[in-house]
Write a protein that binds this ligand. Sequence first.
Ligand code: GLU
Length: 482
Amino acid sequence: MTVRVRFAPSPTGYLHVGGARTALYNWLFARSEGGTFLLRSDDTDAERSTPEYAADILDGLRWLGLDWDEGIEVGGPHAPYRQSQRLERYREVASELVAAGRAYWSLADPEALERWRKEARDQGRAPAYDGSLEPPPEEVERRLAAGERATVRFRVPRPGRTEFSDVVRGDMSFEHTQVEDFVILRSNGTPTYHLASTVDDVDFGITHVIRGEDLLSSTPKHILITRAMGAEPPTYAHLSLLMGPDGKKLSKRHGDTAVAAFRAAGYLPEALVNYLALLGWSPGDEETIVSRDEMIRRFDLADVSRNPAIFDMDKLQWMNGVYIRAMTPDEFVDRIMPWIAEDLGREPTAEELRILHEIAPHVQERTKLLAEAADQVRFLLVDEVVYDERSWSKVMKGDAPRALDGAIAALSELDEWTIESIESALRGMLEREGLSARKGLQPIRVAVSGSTVSPPLFESLAALGRRRTLERIRRARDRLTA
Ligand code: GLU
């Protein structure tokens, strides 16, 4: 049997890290088994689905490198892969199930149904509707013939139970007294999630359904529909949900969870993939940095943990830093380029590129996020620094004028402009003026970069060049006097 798995997002929201992890596990499983990874769109909710969300999901998957073999945009033998284009098929299956007695047109009065459920709850029974409020068949026929609209409900066999073995959660058993005769087709002719998802899984030959634990209680319904369609249910694996560090379900409260937000903040797709892969799976030892190939080689669905996985932003940032430090400086410059180009409003000039390459190794070492790195090198590319006023008022006082004057004198005399010569000139100045490194160098840093936080000072001045360095120190000195 060849493995066929699917990721089935609804374009009713952005791709978030939980969805990305589900997609990743499906992808890893397909790649490790030599199977097919399919992408379908669960877009039956026309009101809440938008093209922006749909595009965001595709962009996010592509950015993460989770390529799909079959499905929306790439096509395949079962096209179309958008549920909105398969509505006829769902209606057809619903009619077949009705004809076979496995489902029925439901005309139960909604208020009576509510009362029925309340009574069940009051008596301590599951409020799982069992079809007992339906009018007699002749009446149903007459009313339908008269054009009345009805839902279609699946007839859950009672007594009975549905059992399955979940790869992650083990043996599961659902008593049918707990499962209501659920709606599969709404009265407006649109399918519910249960019907559309199951019909697709059957029609597309899905062998393994890997999805979030929030859908676990839907699974007996899907198994019932699958069998009623005369098919064998796939294997199920329900992934535990992602939690914030406080142990509560990961949500906006814990920060922006949209994949696009991680991208904008300067996370690397390879770091995010690495981190997400380890949320519930581990390659077997203490290793945390695992390459994509290694993951594919070692991934096993049976090793996925059922424990809730904590999404720890600090750990992810740390991991991103590890990936950033592992790059060559050239690669690093390439990767921060989108931010730089956006900042400049154009591509950098050859001279600006030279400066970036020169400073890159020193920034790369200290940064955890690409966007932050771009912020840190901005002062090297602008014509005039903008002072961060807090930095300014913190250091531009007391001995600052002496330090700036001393720096101008020491740096003007230099024969060559290198990291080493700059360092020794400025250390000499500190000594002559009797200033600590803090007192003497911070004003220079703010003069040149605008902030007390910048890449290392001597390296920064070297990259900036003598003329611009001296201009900036003089300008700050003038501002101090003014
Ligand atoms: N469209 C569903 C969702 O976004 C996925 C359903 C499934 O994987 O079966 O949650």
